[in-house]
Structure formats: structure tokens, C-alpha cells
Write a protein that binds this ligand. Structure first.
Ligand SMILES: NC(=O)c1ccc[n+]([C@@H]2O[C@H](COP(=O)([O-])OP(=O)(O)OC[C@H]3O[C@@H](n4cnc5c(N)ncnc54)[C@H](O)[C@@H]3O)[C@@H](O)[C@H]2O)c1
Length: 259
């Protein structure tokens, strides 16, 4: 990244992987725009980093369109990291019959459509940047998939479908945005210690930790942020989905898994 003030946008930046990434990017010199629906968390992280908060739902098309003015007022946005997401487990057929379609729709809406909603608006802003004089690069976009895109667990159909969609967007997005000098990489985390996984039953969490070949623990949000920093720093990395999971392949069918 060239010297001088530059901007980064982190969706889901109020918590977990997004907050760790926002901190890392601020440490690299970015003015960070924290985009999150958490009306307490987003301003708190932004204030800590001397950044800017935008409290919004990432699925809101008008809000993303309306953020153009804000994006133009910041230092040139060179990095977008999409971390906003949610996971709600349910089995397709449970005690009371089939699950509501709304459950599936919400997962795709937030995890997949919410990601694309911000990619499209921030990519437009990046395309207007002056190219980096050394690399010819105008921006880097990092999306967050999940290893469940390939080894989804029972109860996780909606989440797996949405995250497979995020992974699948990577190459076409990279090809689409290449003429603008914008790279696109997706990160597929295994299980990381964040508020999202804190809701897991402890017995399930312990079983999952023991399944990680090495190191046999959950990932740390800072390790995710380190990978984001590597992606930002490595100009030849593009159009790829990178797993970061300690070698974990999710085991099938746990009776005490997500309901
Ligand atoms: N933690 C893990 O083990 C893990 C594994 C694989 C993938 N992921 C993915 O990483 C990303 C970050 O997850 P995390 O573990 O840090 O979770 P988290 O719950 O700590 O953080 C998610 C953030 O996204 C925000 N958010 C959720 N829905 C939103 C919406 N509609 N609009 C705006 N903001 C919204 C939340 O307010 C929260 O601040 C998610 O996309 C998640 O699916 C996490």
C-alpha cells in the first residue's frame, strides 16, 4: 500500500473478525469506515480507531447507494472487507415440520446479497481512484465466506448456501473488476473465537476444537486480520478463495450441534 492517507471500509466492523480487521487496517495507516447495524458497537470501534461509523443494515440497497457521498468525502478507499454476516442454525425438517422459507431467505439476504450490495458501491468508488504508481492497483476487496461452503454441517443449509455464493462470486468479481485495477479475494474461515461462535453449546465447541488437526483450538480474530493484511499486501493474489482453518474439515452430523 502506498504511503499517505487512504481509506478502508469494513462491514461487520463492530465485532469479531470485522473489528479485528478494522484495527489491523487502522494500524496499517487506513482511515476506517466501520459499517454495521450495531448502533453501539460501530461508533465505539470507529472512535477507538479515529475512523468513521455508519450504522446501517448491509442488505439496505438505498442506504448503500446513499453512502456514496460519505465514501467520496473520505480518504481514497483502497480496501473493502465484507465481514457482516449471521448464522442461525435450523434443521430442514424439525419437530414442527419444515423450516420457514424466511429463515433461508434471511441468510442469503444478509450473508450473500448484503456482501454484494457493498461490493458494488465501494467498487465504483475504488474505480475512480488514481492507480497506485507502483502496482497500477486501485483497490482490493476481501469477502468472507466460510469453510461450510464446502463442508457444511447439519442445521446449516442456509448459511452454507449463502457462503458458497460468496465463494462463487470471487472469480467472476475479480474478472469483472480487473479492468479497473481492483483485486478480489475471499477468505473462508474455519471456526474463530468471536461472539458468533460463543452461542455454541460448550460440548459442541469442545468437540469442534478437538477436530482441528493443528493447532487444536479456534482461530483468533487477529489471525483472520493478519490474512487480510497479507491479501492487501500481495499484488499477485487475486480471484481466489483462501481457507484459514488449522486443517479442519467439519465433521458431519452432531446431535448436539446447531438446532
Ligand atoms: N467466527 C467464525 O467462526 C466464522 C467462521 C466462518 C465465517 N465467519 C464469517 O465471518 C464474518 C464475521 O463473523 P464474526 O464471527 O466476526 O461474527 P460477529 O457476530 O462477531 O460479527 C458480525 C458482525 O456483523 C454485523 N451484522 C450482522 N448482520 C448485519 C447486517 N444485516 N447489516 C449490518 N451488519 C450486520 C453484526 O452486528 C456484527 O457486528 C461473518 O460473515 C461470518 O459468517 C465466521
Amino acid at each position: 500500500m502506498e504511503s499517505g492517507r487512504w481509506g478502508a471500509v469494513v462491514t461487520g466492523g463492530a465485532s469479531g473478525l470485522g473489528a479485528a480487521t478494522a484495527r489491523r487496517l487502522a494500524g496499517m495507516g487506513a482511515h476506517v469506515l466501520v459499517v454495521d447495524r450495531d448502533a453501539d458497537g460501530a461508533p465505539a470501534v470507529a472512535a477507538e480507531l479515529g475512523g468513521t461509523a455508519l450504522v446501517t443494515d448491509v442488505t439496505d440497497e438505498a442506504a448503500a447507494d446513499g453512502a456514496r457521498e460519505l465514501l467520496n468525502s473520505l480518504a481514497p478507499v483502497r480496501v473493502l472487507v465484507c465481514c457482516a454476516g449471521l448464522q442461525r442454525g435450523a434443521r430442514v425438517v424439525g419437530r414442527n415440520g419444515s423450516v420457514d422459507l424466511g429463515w433461508f431467505r434471511q441468510s442469503v439476504e444478509v450473508n450473500l446479497i448484503g456482501t454484494f450490495n457493498w461490493v458494488r458501491v465501494v467498487a465504483e468508488r475504488m474505480a475512480a481512484n488514481e492507480p497506485d504508481p507502483e502496482r497500477g492497483e486501485r483497490g482490493v476487496i476481501v469477502t468472507t465466506s466460510s469453510i461450510t461452503a464446502w463442508d457444511g454441517v447439519d442445521g446449516g443449509v442456509a448459511y452454507a448456501a449463502a457462503k458458497a455464493g460468496v465463494a462463487g462470486m470471487t472469480l467472476p468479481l475479480a474478472r469483472d473488476l480487473a479492468p479497473h485495477g481492483i483485486r478480489v479475494v475471499s477468505i473462508a474461515p474455519g471456526t474463530f473465537d468471536t461472539p458468533m461462535v460463543a452461542t455454541m453449546p460448550e460440548s459442541y465447541a469442545d468437540a469442534l476444537r478437538s477436530q482441528v488437526p493443528f493447532p487444536a483450538r479456534f482461530g483468533r480474530p487477529e489471525e483472520f486480520a493478519d490474512l487480510v493484511a497479507t491479501v492487501v499486501d500481495l499484488p499477485y493474489l487475486n480471484g481466489e478463495v483462501i481457507r484459514i482453518d488449522g486443517g479442519l474439515r467439519m465433521p458431519p452430523s452432531r446431535r448436539d450441534g446447531p438446532k
